[in-house]
Every structure is written in structure tokens, then in C-alpha cells.
Design a protein around this ligand. Structure first.
Ligand SMILES: Nc1ncnc2c1ncn2[C@@H]1O[C@H](COP(=O)(O)OP(=O)(O)O)[C@@H](O)[C@H]1O
Ligand SMILES: [Mg+2]
Length: 325
């Protein structure tokens, strides 16, 4: 990660637990990263690795069973993890905004797209209704929706999935946030639409200079969009590296496995994913590296002791193979 730029968001040793019938389940077990201004961090991990929980915690939108049990989330130096509700409200949407996987679930079906956009604008900005509507038209145009004036008066059901996601992006950008958190924003879309939405997010991010945390289960998705990539596994960061270096030369065997799975998909060969087995479930007693049971390079120490994150220049790798490198 480029250390020169001042971080806009800093996550430090973030821990999140769920309380469940079985007891306290740790789902995030000490996550740290730093997001400089204008950069995009890709967060990649299999389903259940803690990606969404991490995203929700940033704006303190976690479900009631979950709690932040340790660490800090610093936005321009202020700790979101301990901030009062009122101060948080001034951050949500305005400074940090989110887009989610399922746009149709995030839009209100009984309000027109225009009503929802202008409501967001009016709630945070001193605008007349007419100015808000003009702004809403401009926003729809910015996200590539043609005949924006007319489409403002339509309801979400009149929009396709890709168009709904464009509307969500318009809403997220309405208040010119410093940070956009996108949690699998293209996962629910067709492949061609996915590519369009990714290109749109990247273009808008570049234009506005905002920072973004881009979350996905698919490593291929972040290759064109992220400056840095964090690989999450069972609530732990396994690898964090500048994107180009990670794709060129992945250090962690898990990242290597994810990349080879991609390669085999691209080749359209009928091969199974390279990584066999499943990640541990929260609450499972873990000794050693959580990836060891699936790792082709695991040795005794891996099964006994969880490795720390080894630092090498701009890279961090949680693997005993990197010890002393
Ligand atoms: N409401 C909940 N109650 C208990 N456990 C939960 C709840 N929501 C998520 N989890 C657990 O937290 C872990 C992380 O979930 P999540 O952040 O949604 O993963 P991801 O987004 O990476 O797929 C999962 O193992 C999941 O089982
Ligand atoms: Mg998720």
C-alpha cells in the first residue's frame, strides 16, 4: 500500500463477534488495513469469510446479534467504532456511502426513482425541490441512464437489475462521499452488465477522486478496479498487497489457489476448483493456520501455530513460508 498518501480510512485490529446459541462466534479476528485517499482496496474472500460483516461495521449497520468487540475504524482520524449515533448520521451517506449486492432490495418499491433520489439530496443538502430534481436528473445521466428526466418518474420495478444498480450508484454518489463501500455490487448481474457496472464505478471513482472498498468473492472482478487487494479467510487477512504484485506473484498458497481456479475457468476446461475442502465455520476451534487443512504446502508448524502477517515491503502475508524472507 502506498504509505505517502494520508489514509482516509484506517481499520485497526478490528474484531467482530456474533452471539449465537453456541456462544460467542468470532467472525472477524483482528483485521487491519489503511485506505489512502483516491485509492481502491479490493477485499476478496469466499462466502462466509466476513466481508459483509466488515462492510456493515464501518457504518455501524451490523445486525443486533453482532458486535464490534475490539479495534478501531478511523475515518479521518475519528473512530467510527465508538462514535455517537448523531455524529455517525453525519458520516453515513454524506462522507461514506454503500452499495450492496441486491439493488432491488435496497430501493423502495412504492416510491419512484426520482422521489428516492431527491429525498436523499433534500435530507442532506440545502436545496429546493426543483434544484434537487435537476440534480437527480444529472446524477442519472452521470450513471449512464438515458432519458433521465422521464425515467425519474418511474418505479424500481420498471428498471432492469443493471439499471437498478446504476440508480443505487447514483444514490451512493449523490452526496459526493469520500469513501464508497461496494459489497458485491455486480454479483447479482449478468456478466456483460457486470463489466459495464464495474467500468462505471471505476470511471466515477477516478473522476471524483474518492476512495473505495470494493468487496467481492471473485478475484477476477477486482483485477481491473483495485489498487490493493486484501484476501480474507475465516475472518483473517491472509494476504494484502498492491494488486499488480498480487496478480503477478501471489505469495499465499490460498491466493495462489484462487488465481489458479480463475485461470482454469478462463481456459474453459472442465476442471474442479484447485482448492478442495471448505473454510472453517465461525466458532470452530482453530489451532494453527486456518488454511492449513486445505493447503498443499502445509507442514507441522502450520497445524500448530497460526502465522502472523509477515511484512515484506508493501506486502503482508500470513504464511510461515514467508518467515525470514
Ligand atoms: N446474523 C448472523 N448470526 C450469526 N452469524 C452470522 C450472521 N450473519 C453472518 N454470520 C456469520 O458471519 C460470518 C461472516 O458472514 P459475512 O460477513 O456475511 O460473510 P461474507 O460476506 O464474506 O460471505 C459467516 O460465517 C456467517 O455465518
Ligand atoms: Mg457478503
Amino acid at each position: 500500500m502506498t504509505q505517502s498518501a494520508e489514509p482516509i480510512l484506517q481499520v485497526r485490529d478490528l474484531k467482530i463477534d456474533f452471539s449465537a446459541d453456541q456462544g460467542i462466534l468470532p467472525v472477524l479476528r483482528g483485521l487491519s488495513y489503511s485506505l489512502p485517499k483516491g485509492r481502491v482496496l479490493g477485499v476478496v474472500g469466499e462466502s462466509g469469510s466476513g466481508k459483509t460483516v466488515h462492510a456493515l461495521s464501518i457504518l455501524r449497520l451490523l445486525p443486533p446479534a453482532a458486535r464490534i468487540s475490539g479495534g478501531e475504524i478511523l475515518y479521518k482520524g475519528r473512530n467510527l467504532a465508538s462514535m455517537g449515533e448523531e455524529e455517525l448520521r453525519s458520516v453515513r451517506g454524506d462522507k461514506i456511502s454503500m452499495i450492496f449486492q441486491d439493488p432491488s432490495a435496497s430501493l423502495n418499491p412504492v416510491l419512484t426513482v426520482g422521489e428516492q433520489l431527491t429525498e436523499t439530496l433534500l435530507a442532506h443538502r440545502k436545496l429546493s425541490k426543483r434544484q434537487a430534481r435537476r440534480e437527480a436528473v444529472a446524477l442519472l445521466e452521470k450513471v449512464g441512464i438515458s432519458e433521465a428526466e422521464k425515467r425519474l418518474d418511474e418505479y424500481p420495478f420498471q428498471f432492469s437489475g443493471g439499471m437498478c444498480q446504476r440508480v443505487m450508484i447514483a444514490m451512493a454518489l449523490a452526496l459526493s462521499p469520500d469513501v464508497l463501500i461496494a459489497d458485491e455490487p455486480t454479483t447479482a448481474l449478468d456478466v456483460t452488465i457486470q463489466a459495464q457496472i464495474l467500468a462505471l464505478i471505476k470511471q466515477l471513482q477516478r473522476q471524483s477522486g474518492m476512495s473505495a472498498v470494493f468487496i467481492t468473492h471473485n478475484l477476477a472482478v477486482v483485477s481491473g478496479i483495485a489498487d490493493d487487494v486484501l484476501v480474507l479467510y475465516a475472518g483473517l487477512c491472509m494476504e494484502l498487497a498492491p494488486a499488480a504484485q498480487l496478480f503477478e506473484n501471489p505469495f499465499h498458497p490460498y491466493t495462489q489457489g484462487l488465481l489458479s481456479s480463475l485461470a482454469s475457468v478462463h481456459k474453459k476446461e472442465d476442471v474442479l476448483p484447485v482448492i478442495t475442502g471448505h473454510p472453517p465455520v465461525p466458532g470452530q476451534i482453530l489451532t494453527g493456520c486456518p488454511f492449513a487443512p486445505r493447503c498443499p504446502h502445509a507442514f507441522d508448524k502450520c497445524r500448530r501455530e497460526c502465522p502472523p502477517l509477515f511484512e515484506e515491503a508493501a506486502r503482508r502475508t500470513r504464511c510461515w513460508l514467508r518467515e525470514g524472507k
